[in-house]
Design a protein around this ligand. Sequence first.
Ligand code: ADP
Ligand code: MG
Length: 257
Amino acid sequence: MIATGDHRVVLDGVAHRYRGRGADVQALAPLSLAIEPGEFVAIVGPSGCGKTTLLQLVAGFLTPTEGVVAVGEERVSAPSPERGVVFQQANLYPWMSVRANVELGPRLRRAGRAERRRLADRYLGLVGLSEFADAAPYELSGGMQQRCQIARVLANDPAIMLLDEPFGALDALTRDRLQDELHRIWLGSGKTALFITHSVEEAVYLGTRVLVMSPRPGRIVFDEPVPFATGERGAALRAAPEFVAFREHVAAQIGRG
Ligand code: ADP
Ligand code: MG
């Protein structure tokens, strides 16, 4: 049933129902999905369709009420540093410096001081925050906090990055820039990415494959590879006819039941 492959993510007949004091909420209908190592899967869908639920099931924060989530041969039953999560709102520890936030994962796995320093320098450099290593999180702009969150996740060297609308609260210019940075980082990393968004533009710009979810209970109603090369991003791509055509193709699927 569950195929082999080191970090292949498999959702097999996964459904999720929240049990409340009043009516239960069926957030996800049974759905099945496989994500190959190195893919950048962008999932787009309307608010409330179950995107965060899906991501939290893969993260291991939630256990599905039906079906199985697995990574490689292993059933997901708890969070793991191999699956790094980037949230919409940066959740940096406010009493720690930027550097200490990035060093946290390595510290928890008992990396030595020099190794922690090397990792923090590397990933703060990669996200353009070297000069802010000693700053406190509250001294950073929203976009910089998101970069710090990404550096913190990368410092754990996760095989899989799970990103839940990480740029949703940012202004448009910052968002465009961080999209380009994330794309560059992903391209150089060989990591698998599962990226949740409610923006069709963002999904098409970042994904190697775009999925659309139906309104609640969420199902996958569309799943296609992006019809242009992985390496080319930037303003020219956003305006390219093949980009615009695919974006409109995806947008036409939104709201499909
Ligand atoms: P999205 O991220 O696509 O906006 P969510 O996965 O957050 O959607 O939520 C899907 C549905 O499940 C929504 O109707 C939401 O109200 C409901 N829901 C989410 N979390 C809970 C919870 N802890 N308890 C009950 N219902 C919830
Ligand atoms: Mg959400």
